[in-house]
Design a binder for this molecule. Structure first.
Ligand code: 2AM
Length: 189
């Protein structure tokens, strides 16, 4: 079985900003730059046939390119533990992209976890005793003005995730670029 997910990758400028922010948070395990992504749909453990069906479904997507912006920090998951993630400025085209991807996947019979789409980029993974509520609240407040972007979204990627060791390893299996004819619009804005 193959553990896989669809995600947006981030450009180097955003990764640099994120790495500076991670360095300013004095606890938890920072996600390495090569693991930073915005998950659109988590497939879980799937067979090679299901992965192929997911790949074919993603190939039919043709949304217009758009840009997004990271903003502020949020804590996700149960405290103690969970993760610190960057939030994302609400962007209907991002929600639309996740929705059409998920409905195409569902159309091929793939069962996705029932979690609603909550755009974020996981930055720090917390162990149970890393930070108490007050410390966590202080850090989230201190970095509430974190911003990264605008980040042009010109395609998405299918990743395989290998668990084990200190942090998972992600391998990009496929990249789905949006219509190159539209890219000039995003970059010229
Ligand atoms: P996240 O950090 O954006 O939450 C690979 O496991 C990736 O899939 C993780 O980095 C995680 O991204 C995302 N993911 C989303 N839902 C998940 C779930 N239920 N279990 C594990 N990973 C999930």
């Amino acid at each position: 079985m193959i553990r896989a997910f669809f995600a947006l990758t981030l450009p180097d400028t955003a990764l640099d900003q994120i790495e500076r922010l991670q360095a300013a948070i004095p606890f938890g395990r920072a996600a390495p730059a090569e693991n930073l992504h915005l998950t659109l749909a988590f497939l879980g453990e799937v067979s090679p046939e299901t992965l192929e069906a997911a790949h074919e479904a993603a190939e039919t997507l043709a949304p217009p390119p758009f840009a997004l912006e990271l903003r502020g920090l949020v804590h996700l998951g149960r405290q103690p533990g969970g993760v610190i993630a960057s939030g994302v400025v609400p962007e209907p085209r991002l929600d639309g992209l996740a929705k059409s991807l998920r409905s195409r996947l569902a159309g091929t019979g793939i069962q996705l976890p029932r979690e609603r789409f909550r755009p974020h980029v996981t930055l720090i993974r917390l162990r149970q005793d890393d930070a108490d509520d007050a410390t966590l609240a202080r850090i989230l407040g201190r970095h509430a003005d974190f911003r990264a972007g605008p980040i042009p979204v010109t395609g998405l990627s299918l990743f395989r995730s290998y668990l084990g060791g200190d942090s998972a390893r992600h391998e990009e299996l496929a990249r789905y670029s949006f219509d190159p004819a539209d890219l000039r619009d995003v970059f010229s804005r």
